[in-house]
Design a protein around this ligand. Structure first.
Ligand code: SF4
Length: 608
């Protein structure tokens, strides 16, 4: 079988990856690949899976959650098609709501959007949907658009704009195109969410069994699956639902009963506690859901969103299984206002992923931070996959990884003195580095506490990541940060936040990354339950539920520094716990971490 490689030369490390992919495909196995940035993952995986899929009549589902990765995949596919003259049919799609051109839908929550779209389709009140067909057959406009774009590889933005110009629903057009496609680029949910996958597969006549699934940035998959299965009901939502139900006596009565139930559950509650399913039981549960669902439909006919609909979705999910879930009631304080929330939290991503993995021809999970591979294999439910870790393709001498075990953000060690020590350490490093530096903290709170001392010591312009920063604000901040590269600036951000993933600052735009402390999860009930769950299931509760996820965030943040072959930079891990065996073992083998108490000397020498 010929590889359809999109570039002139295949590098040695890519060749290794390609051979492993081939082995997985031929043996109908799965591959989990820790493949650092710069390896050329997309080119290697697409050039290998495409000829195999064409020969064996399989469809490739390329799953990614990032817009930039969609673009990279599309560019790679265009090159493959051009260079090898293959009859490749590709569709690029994202979530339905993000493709929707119906005015006003962008402000809805995902749940509200799903209900709203369903409603307007059923009522024939979305012209973009009704225009798709005429007399139960594809309309002239639809056929025309499909024909016109048949041979082209369009990215999702191009697909939206060409559909919009014909007043046709872009998502439905992409579904029609997907029927013929060999490669479909989309989000994890299109395959791993049972409801979305079943609708998508039915409409496109595709099956998981006849597919090769490529999961890009696969380190995100477990949490995305957990989030997808988790639901939450807040006292605010119920209050709004009651207001919404004013004209509907029965529905209002039911909602008031639900509110009373929630109030009773949270009386005498200090912070949070576990709840049994039976503790939140409402008489005539099924009738309540039916009545509220009916009223939610009426509300949605008048306005786009319905809080009653949100309550219904929670009630339906609450009836689910106990195994792999935690039920938690909590009191939350926000802007001096106390609210109550009842959560049904998923702990086990394999509840969604196992069936898909078992059915597909091959699943290839790849990421620059898929480490430790064994953990991802176990928690996603793989059985005997190929696990491969590839070495960093960039020159070792361009990277200096330092571990400074002088300070700690451990809860019991936090004090003003410790914050001053940390501020002194990070300011002396960032002042010395010739260029831009990003400092990642475990939380906004700690960042602000340390910044009290840092700001008077730092000699460079400082930028701050704000909680809930918009996409536009983030881009503006990055643009200004880049402009400061000559004088050097410092961005104070949070590990696991907006700047620790999905940003590229290649060349001389970023010279150093400092990770302050360990970005461990809050030791709340959810974390405790996750630890207990993985302890029972694999006897690895602390590793899988606490330590490894924190180290994954650290490595992800550190990965911002070196983005291309010519990048040169210093990465600092500032916490004594990084030198402890249970954390240290999580660094990738080729990280070459040097422990030092005299970092300035080493940094100075490195940049000479
Ligand atoms: S049918 Fe399409 S255009 Fe209409 S609301 Fe749904 S997603 Fe939007």
């Amino acid at each position: 079988m010929n590889i359809l490689f999109p570039h002139e030369n295949i590098r040695k490390i890519q060749d290794e990856f390609i051979n492993d992919i081939l082995l997985a495909l031929k043996e109908k196995k799965h591959l989990l690949a820790h493949a650092p940035t710069g390896l050329g993952k997309s080119a290697a995986v697409l050039s290998t899976t495409i000829p195999y899929a064409l020969e064996n009549n399989l469809t490739i589902f390329f799953l990614t959650s990032r817009h930039t990765q969609h673009k990279i995949a599309i560019e790679t596919l265009k090159k493959i098609k051009e260079l090898h003259n293959t009859d490749l049919k590709v569709v690029d799609l994202i979530g339905k709501q993000h493709m929707c051109i119906y005015p006003g839908t962008e402000t809805l929550t995902p749940q509200q959007f799903t209900e709203y779209c369903k409603e307007v389709v059923e009522n024939n009140s979305c012209q973009y949907y009704t225009n798709l067909k005429f007399n139960n057959k594809l309309s002239f406009e639809t056929k025309n658009l499909l024909n016109k774009t048949k041979k082209e590889i369009l990215d999702v933005d191009e697909l939206i704009s060409s559909s919009k110009s014909c007043s046709l629903c872009p998502y439905e057009i992409s579904i029609l195109k997907a029927k013929e496609a060999n490669v479909i680029i989309m989000d994890y949910y299109h395959i791993f969410s049972p409801a979305i996958a079943s609708a998508f597969l039915n409409k496109t006549d595709k099956t998981i069994q006849e597919s090769i699934i490529i999961v890009d940035e696969a380190h995100n998959l477990p949490q995305r699956m957990r989030d997808h299965l988790s639901v939450r009901l807040t006292s605010t939502t119920i209050e709004r639902a009651i207001t919404e139900a004013q004209p509907y006596e029965q529905a209002k009565k039911y909602l008031e009963e639900i509110k009373e139930k929630l109030d009773n559950l949270s009386s005498n509650l200090q912070e949070e506690r576990l709840v049994k399913k039976s503790e939140f039981h409402i008489e005539e549960y099924g009738d309540v859901i039916l009545e509220l669902e009916k009223i939610a439909d009426i509300v949605r006919e008048i306005k786009k969103r319905s809080y009653i609909g949100t309550v219904v979705q929670f009630l339906q999910a609450w009836q689910g299984q106990d195994e792999g879930f935690a039920r938690i009631i909590a009191k939350n304080k926000f802007n001096d206002r106390i609210t109550t929330s009842l959560s049904y939290k998923c702990l086990d991503p394999s509840l969604l992923s196992t069936e898909v993995i078992d059915s597909a021809h091959s699943v290839i999970c790849m990421s620059g931070t898929l480490t430790p591979l064994e953990m991802y294999s176990e928690i996603l439910g793989f059985k005997n996959p190929i696990l491969k870790s590839y070495s960093n393709p960039f020159p070792q001498e361009n990277r200096l990884n330092l571990l400074i075990p002088k300070t700690s953000t451990k809860f019991t060690k936090r004090s003003m003195g410790m914050y001053q020590d940390i501020a002194r350490e990070i300011s002396s490093i960032s002042n010395l580095v010739p260029g831009n530096c990003i400092i990642f903290f475990p939380s906004y709170q700690l960042r602000d506490a340390i910044d009290v001392y840092f700001k008077s010591l730092c000699k460079k312009t400082t930028y701050y990541e704000q909680k809930g920063i918009s996409k536009q604000e983030k881009e503006t901040l990055l643009d200004n940060f880049k402009k400061d590269k000559e004088m050097g600036a410092v961005l104070l951000a949070v590990a696991g936040g907006n700047f620790s993933e999905g940003i590229d600052l290649p060349g001389d735009l970023l010279k150093s990354v400092i990770v302050v402390g360990l970005p461990l999860s809050r030791p709340d009930l959810e974390t405790t339950e996750l630890i207990n769950y993985y302890d029972q299931k694999y006897s690895k509760g602390w590793d899988y539920g606490y330590i490894f996820p924190a180290m994954q965030k650290t490595i992800q943040a550190a990965g911002r520094c070196i983005r291309s072959e010519s990048d040169k930079g210093v990465i600092v891990f500032l916490d004594e716990r990084y030198s402890h065996e249970n954390y240290y073992k999580c660094f990738p083998k080729d990280f070459n971490v040097h422990t030092t108490m005299l970092p300035l000397k080493r940094i100075e020498e490195f940049f000479k």
